[in-house]
Design a protein around this ligand. Sequence first.
Ligand code: GDP
Ligand code: CA
Length: 329
Amino acid sequence: MHITALAGGVGGARFIRGLRHHLDTTPALADSTVTVIANTGDDITLFGLRVSPDVDTLLYTLGGGIHEGQGWGRADESHRVQGELAAYGALPQWFALGDLDVGTHIVRSQWLGQGVSLSEVTARLAARWGLPERRITLLPMSDMPVETHVVVADGDGEGDGAAERAIHFQEWWVRHQASIPAQRFVVAGLDRATAAPGVLDAIRSADVVLLPPSNPVVSIGIILGVPGVRDALRGTTAPVVGISPLISGRPIRGHADACLSTIGIDSTAQAVAGLYEDFLDGWLVDPADATTRARARVEAFDGPLLMTDVEATARIAAHALRLADAVRA
Ligand code: GDP
Ligand code: CA
């Protein structure tokens, strides 16, 4: 079986790891392949280095190098480089850059500087982390730079004091913890981007397409904005099944609710399913959200929809695959 999934960072990576565990421990499914299409709208250039937060979280989680408690960054990390940058007064200082993590950013930047495509760079990084051996192909959504920005109105405008300015998504999310109300998202480069090689084919030729419980606005929503991706999802013969990132209206971690209110969508499992209604066939929700109504077939998971560990996540993935079979029939 060939499975294609769209993914952001922590939510996406944890789900794919659980999915892979389910496949590997089910003899009939062990030789299944998984193609992950990663959000690159979070990408940012810091100190001349190209950082791909969601791709890095996927690499480290699927490759066994993740800081488990944090959900992102490397285990056993140190921050000596960041300390030196601070001693020079170099900005910004709000983005955590671990020493091991910096190695990834340096090599990515070096290869990009040599003219290597982001897909090829990502493939090389994935090889180091052993993803091909685990039958996982990691694709950036696009080889072209795309960056999500957030328009906020906290500025020094005259009178009502609400001058608008745009800041990088990372500055809003990491520095301000999404606490400044966002007016809207502006995704630089998205309308002119083309899907990276293999992305549209992976959706069209999949046996199942999964939407992990990634942020519906700034992770999945950005990938859906890459020209051609949404049409491929509408056109694929594969069942498309999603897992809700919200339980009783609340995100498990992060600020998906702030992102949803910015685009005028209620923070509910039902409203998130509505964002995908033109292509979604199945929607897996927490038992607390069992009354969710959607065009897709809704099923409640047998237990909390929480990726507490790899086994629990594998059971969620197994249910998503059963739901795919049910809607295919
Ligand atoms: P990010 O790029 O690191 O923010 O990660 P993603 O976009 O891939 O995933 C973030 C989303 O994952 C958030 O909206 C969370 O609500 C959701 N999430 C995280 N952990 C869980 C979990 O255990 N269960 C469910 N259902 N959703 C989760
Ligand atoms: Ca992200």
